[in-house]
Structure formats: C-alpha cells, structure tokens
Design a protein around this ligand. Structure first.
Ligand code: ZN
Length: 468
C-alpha cells in the first residue's frame, strides 16, 4: 500500500520537543511519524530538508465580515492559509433570526468558499441568541459563545446588540456552565460606560488622531472589565476565555485568577506584541482611522509584558482578531470607522517566528503550544486539530526559519489594501500549508481551491470529555 503523501527530511516540532522525523499521510489523516525506512512508498513526496514541520496553525479569533458575517470568507481564508493557518475560530454574527435558523445557509456559504477548516463562536447579542445557547452543541456542534460586556452606544445600536448588561451576561454564563466542557464563554472586556463618557469629552475637544483611541479606552477600562468578567464567570462556574488581551496588567490579572484555580484562558494577538502608541506604524499617522481597534494598542511596556506572559505560560493562546477592511471602508473619521487592524491571520505565524523565536523571546515549541495545541484544546477540537499525532487530521505547516520576506499589502493575499506590517522584514516564514493531506499552499503561493476544501468542524460535548 502506498501513502498519499510523505513529508520527509524535516524537523517535527511538538510542544515539548523538536525531532528529526518523516510524516506519512493517507486519506486526510496522519498515519505514521518516524523514519521513512519503516514506511511504505507514497504517491507524492515532499522534501523539506532544512525546514521545520509544525501542526497547522489553529487561529482561534477571526472575523470574516462586518454586518454580513461571512462576506470575506474567500479572500481572508486564502490569506490565512498562506500564513500556515489550517483552522480558524470564526465569530458569527447571526443578525435578526439567530443562529439555528441561519446555520445551514452559513455553513453552505463557508464550505463553498473557505480555504481552511473552521469552528465557530456565536456572538450572543440579544435575547434570541441567548436562548439559543442551550441547543447549539447538540443541534449545530457549536460550543463557544462570545459576549460583549456592557456594549452599547451608536455602534451597538447599529448592529442590534442588546443583551450585554451584567444580568444578561451572568444568565448566559449560567447556561454555558450547565452544558459542560468544552463549552465556554468568550468575553470582550472593556468598561463601556467609562469609554462613552471619555468619548464625548474627546469628540468635544475635536480629537481625531489615532492616539485618541487609547485615550477613549484607557488600560484601566480593560482591566476593570477583565476582573468583573472573571468574577462573574467564577460565580457562575463557567469556563471563561478572554480574547485579545492588550494590557501588561492583564497578565497579572490572569495569573492571579489562575492561582485561585479559576478556569480562565487568556489570548493576545500579534499586533499587541509588536505595535504600540509610542512608536506608531506609519499607516496610523497617514490614516488615523486605521488605528480604530478594540481594545486599543497600548504602550511599549505592554508589548514586553505580553511576550513575557506567553513565555511564562500565563497567556495560553495567540489569535489574530482578523477583521478585513479596506482603506476606503476605514474612511477618514476614526470615530466612525469599522474596527480592527485588518489582515493579521496571514502574519500570525510569521510574527511568532520572526519576532518571537528568531529574536530569542520564545521557543519554537512554545509557538506550537500557543498557536496549535492550546487553542485546539480550549475550543474542543483536540486531538483532531493542533496536533501531529497518528490519527489526527493531516494539517501541517512547513516553515523555513531563515527565509526573509519583506511585507507590503500587495505581497499578502487578503482583500485589505493596507497592513500595519508594511515594510517589515520578517525572518522565518511558512513555505507549505497542507490541509487534510492536500497541499493548499506551495512555496508561499496558494493553489486553486478544490471542492470540499475547508469544512465546518462540529464539536461535541461528550467527545471532548473523553479526551480531557
Ligand atoms: Zn475580535
């Protein structure tokens, strides 16, 4: 019997070690890891001598559209695949009719266009979506739920977000707790009452520069809400995930909660590790509206403390918070701009390799831990995803730790015509992405999408408990 694919000559990286090994793949799964001497032949061979072989990146934090929740699925998942991502955690905004009624349509749209696999998080925005929490695991294999604590004001009104006061959030936490693992709540933590007060003051002063964003949502606004979310989750006995932590103090808040045995997982994003308000990216000076991202970019010391939080095992996941926009969509008024720092998923792994590993901040094993295994475990897709083990999905990324790439918006594969990394030279870059045993990115170039590529990954409560 011949395997479908043999990846040979590389060094395989796990969270605990890096070993010289070949990988045999058949029928979309990993069937063997070791010396090819002990493996039968393969229909296709990929020589990766001198390179490293990692599990495909599981990016737990992606938005693929704004009001129309999946409108950018094609371009943005293609870009993510070019960055070595094989599985995305996609935030789904199910306006008006809720998720259960619209699920089949969303799934069909995703599976018709996506270049990578994905599991989804439901944005809990109103009474309807709150009441749907109970049925989501069984009916649609969805076990993670996102709350925007206290979210209100003009933007919340535009979207129709209503169920965000502490009572509504606590109610949701209680429902998730009753579901059991791996169900969990993800919370956007910023104190919106204080933000809205500061916003009025700053608008009255005529401020429109990019630094106004941090001034309208200063670090204590995030710290206060992080503490409150942790306290409410603890009170409801609900596992909590805090995405996009930006503040150095966030590491201390997480560490303290973890010491108390509270089930809370923290995520930060590449942009909060590499960017700050003290040495702004040129795009923020020419286009201040591009600096509109919640929570905001902070100071340089936060960059360093977040790297340290990863290194010490306190921040356990890194996600991109991919939020596709063009310069035209961003416009020229920061107060009205759509949020987010654009195409980050494609650069998540390059940032970790170039700024993290090659600058001596973290090990390659740590990259696999926080970008593959941990997100897969936390969200209940492990051991199928985030894992190079026999029986796992054959999702693999090959990286060249010495490859130098100079980034411009044009060199990337997203719909975004801007990037905060414009002009950066990265050392360390993915060369091949393999999804379910198929090479989908070859020498950095995406191959045409094949039918069946990019599936919705359902999760189940019982299965996850067996592997806990
Ligand atoms: Zn987000």
């Amino acid at each position: 019997m011949a395997y479908d694919l043999l990846i040979h000559g590389g060094r395989v990286v796990t969270p605990v070690e890096t070993i010289k090994a070949d990988i045999a793949i058949d029928n979309g799964k990993i069937l063997g890891i070791g010396d090819r001497k002990f493996m039968t032949g393969a229909r296709r061979e990929l020589d990766v001598s001198g390179r490293h072989v990692l599990p495909g990146i599981v990016d737990p934090h992606a938005h693929l559209g704004y009001m129309n929740t999946l409108e950018a699925v094609e371009t943005e998942t293609r870009a993510a695949a070019c960055g070595g991502v094989t599985c995305l955690g996609v935030y789904i905004l199910a306006l008006k009719d809720g998720i259960l009624k619209q699920f089949d349509r969303f799934k069909a749209e995703f599976e018709a266009k996506s270049f990578v696999d994905g599991f989804w998080h439901l944005m809990v925005i109103d009474t309807l979506t709150t009441n749907e929490i109970r049925e989501c695991p069984e009916k649609i294999g969805l076990t993670s739920f996102k709350f925007n604590m206290g979210y209100k004001g003009p933007h919340a009104d535009l979207i129709g977000i209503t169920a965000t006061d502490d009572g509504a959030v606590y109610k949701g936490f209680r429902m998730i707790s009753a579901l059991g693992a791996p169900s969990l709540a993800a919370c956007h933590t910023e104190n919106i009452d204080i933000h809205l007060m500061l916003r009025d003051e700053l608008i009255a002063q005529g401020r429109k520069d990019f630094r106004v964003w941090n001034d309208s949502r200063p670090p204590f606004v995030e710290a206060e809400c992080m503490r409150r979310a942790i306290f409410l989750a603890q009170s409801a006995n609900c596992p909590l995930y805090i995405p996009h932590i930006t503040i150095g103090d966030g590491v201390d808040i997480l560490a303290e909660a973890q010491r108390q045995g509270i089930n809370v997982t923290g995520e930060t994003c590449p942009q909060y590790l590499t960017h700050n308000n003290e040495e702004p990216a040129p795009i923020f000076l020419s286009h201040p509206a591009c600096g509109c991202v919640n929570p905001p970019l902070r100071d340089k010391s936060s960059n360093l403390r977040l790297w340290e939080g990863i290194q010490r095992g306190i921040i356990r996941c890194v996600g991109s918070d991919l939020a596709p926009t063009t310069l035209a969509m961003k416009g020229d008024n920061i107060w009205e701009a759509p949020m987010g720092l654009g195409n980050i998923s494609e650069l998540l792994l390059p940032v970790m390799l170039s700024e993290g590993v090659n600058k001596g901040r973290i090990s390659l094993e740590k990259v696999v831990e926080v970008c593959c295994c941990n997100p897969a475990r936390v969200f209940g897709v492990f051991p199928r995803k985030g894992n190079l083990d026999i029986g796992a999905d054959a999702d693999v990324v090959v990286v060249d730790m010495e490859k130098k790439v100079r980034v411009t918006p044009k060199s990337l594969h997203s719909m975004c015509d801007w990037t905060i990394y414009d002009g950066w030279e990265f050392t360390g870059w993915p060369t091949h992405t393999i999804l379910g045993g198929n090479i989908v990115v070859e020498n950095g170039q995406p191959l045409p999408r094949k039918p069946g590529q990019g599936r919705y990954i359902p999760r189940s409560i019982h299965e996850a408990q067996q592997h806990a």
